[in-house]
Design a protein around this ligand. Structure first.
Ligand code: PLP
Length: 535
């Protein structure tokens, strides 16, 4: 194994020319460059600067037959750990809670199989997701079908199969009644309520405020209830809300749960079959778990350590500075220590909130007291079950240095990871192997520089990360975009005629191709006037 030790004492770039968020800048990293040796989560870890997914060194995966870059790499262990965190929290809550996986986060059938094997329900948002769930053998009673605009065939399939159907509006109620009349079905209905709560997230993933296109507003509710009462084939079984995604405040779930529970209590005498409270999904994941400790925070920690001579905190802090701990792990580790809590609280104000986010346990503790014990609660997370279970593994095509900006151009792009361009979202990016460029004589190649990591798509919105502090990579160097298990592959596109990449599932030392890469022929076969296929 090549272990590269970086020795470099001056930085090779004029930082004044860069518009840098100082939070990512860390002089310590620039000067020492300790090889990374840390556990990111149960699925991914660094050993001597090489990134591993479970037992597999990820750069080696690109040499596998039929695998090319970019490729999504999933850890089975991490998905199962995410499920188990919810299950433990649900068990401890003392309430009757069912976990339902929100399929739109990632619909790979192998991932759905994993969810089904763990007894999860599936929450769906389209007729084709419904077909897929039924094809995989999911029982209709364990399916929630949702949507603010359903086509007649979708409502028909949902009612015919007997799934739990979320009704979203007056017109959706009328549509459901019409479909039931025509087909002679009985529909098991949940009302999706708009509780008018601001979840404090990007506007594009806020879904339960006044003015949102989702859910039944307070003004419309009575009319929908009236319609349901007058048609006997509508069986009202539950209430539903989903206020948004990437939520970082458990308090928001508490607020929406209160609204739903109040309504539940009010409506129970009117609708005797009412027993389900579907509280939606939306818990975030710590997208910034691996960022460097901001410079101003270092003084805080050092000062506390000097003042109290706390050996344990000093040891943990040294591990953070020498790349043996991620920032999130450091914060979690100091929190329970006698003197650590104080430092934790001070730092918490200064590090970005995406660094540490609430866990399923925090979510459940905030709501379990207000849930009626007789209700059956459904939680339907997507992101927090799969988001941190995957990386997009790419290769560096080349680097560009200029006065204003430095670019690392990789073969992954917005077509595989659209979240930065769509929501200004942060995805952590790191080299997946030691850079061989550090061996070069050019001094500037041996220090970390500030880069924009971008793809090859012809669109300036095609960036993966901005102002990232990274060593200069060699051409062909493997590079990982983290936390791409949710809303990346499922939101992928063929823009620029790029083929959608393969997906690999790592299970210990085993690697399974769970989706092959698309080909040029796959893309062209739908076009009628293309000579290869039109005869
Ligand atoms: C998207 C969605 C979810 C899942 O949201 P996450 O942020 O991925 O947890 C849950 N319920 C409904 C109705 C959704 O549309």
């Amino acid at each position: 194994m090549v272990v590269v030790t970086y020795t470099r004492t001056e930085c090779g770039v004029d930082f004044k020319n860069h518009d840098i968020t100082l939070a990512v800048l860390n002089m310590e990293d620039i000067i020492h460059g300790h090889p990374k040796n840390f556990q990111i989560n149960l699925g991914f870890q660094y050993e001597e600067d090489y990134l591993y997914c479970e037992d597999m060194r990820v750069c080696d995966l690109l040499n596998l037959k039929d695998v090319s870059s970019p490729v999504y790499v999933y850890s089975k262990k991490q998905i199962e750990a995410n499920i188990n965190k919810y299950k433990t929290a649900m068990k401890n809550s003392g309430r009757n809670i069912q976990l339902s996986y929100s399929v739109k986060a990632n619909m790979n059938p192998s991932i759905l199989e994993l969810m089904r094997n763990h007894g999860l329900f599936l929450t769906l948002v389209s007729g084709h997701e419904l077909r897929l769930a039924l094809d995989l053998g999911q029982e209709p009673g364990k399916i929630v079908f949702n949507g603010n605009g359903k086509m007649n065939w979708e409502v028909d399939l949902a009612c015919r199969s007997g799934v739990l159907l979320n009704v979203d509006s007056i017109f959706n109620m009328r549509q459901t009644i019409d479909v039931c009349k025509a087909g002679g079905y009985v529909a098991n209905v949940l009302f999706r309520i708009n509780p008018d709560i601001n979840p404090n997230v990007h506007g594009y993933v806020s879904t339960g405020q006044e003015g949102s296109k989702f859910g039944i507003s307070a003004d419309e509710l009575e009319e929908v209830l009236e319609m349901a009462t007058t048609f006997e084939k509508i069986r009202v079984v539950g209430l539903h809300c989903h206020i948004g995604s990437t939520i970082r405040e458990p308090e928001k779930f508490k607020q929406s749960t209160r609204v739903l529970v109040d309504l539940f209590n009010k409506l129970r005498s009117r609708f005797p079959d009412l027993y389900v409270l579907n509280l939606g999904g939306g818990l975030s994941i710590p997208y910034k778990s691996q960022i460097s400790l901001p410079q101003k925070c270092k003084q805080v920690v050092q000062c506390e350590i000097d003042k109290n001579d706390d050996q344990e905190i000093a040891r943990l802090y040294d591990n953070l500075l020498t790349s043996k701990l991620t920032l999130s792990t450091f914060l979690e580790a100091i929190k329970p220590l006698p003197r650590g809590k104080e430092i934790f609280l001070k730092l918490q104000e200064q590090v970005p909130s995406e660094c540490l986010v609430p866990e399923p346990n925090d979510l459940l503790s905030s709501i379990s007291d207000i849930i009626p014990p007789e209700a059956k609660v459904i939680l339907e997370p997507g992101r927090s079950l799969v988001g941190n279970s995957a990386i997009l593994l790419s290769r560096v095509l080349g680097t560009k240095l200029s006065k204003k900006k430095n670019f690392i151009v990789i073969d992954g792009a917005m077509t595989e990871v659209i979240r930065p361009c769509l929501y200004g979202a942060y995805h952590h990016v790191e080299l997946a192997e030691p850079s061989r460029a550090a061996h070069l004589q050019n001094a500037s190649d041996q220090s970390k520089l500030v880069w924009d990591v971008v793809g090859p798509v012809c669109e300036s919105a095609d960036f993966i990360g901005k102002d990232r502090l990274l060593f200069t990579p060699h051409e062909g160097c493997s590079i990982a975009v983290f936390d791409t298990g949710a809303y990346c592959s499922s939101m992928g596109s063929n823009y620029n005629m790029r083929v959608r990449p393969a997906e690999l599932l790592v299970d210990g030392e085993k690697v399974k191709v769970i989706r092959r890469s698309e080909t040029f022929e796959d893309m062209m076969k739908l076009y009628t006037n293309y000579y290869c296929f039109s005869q």
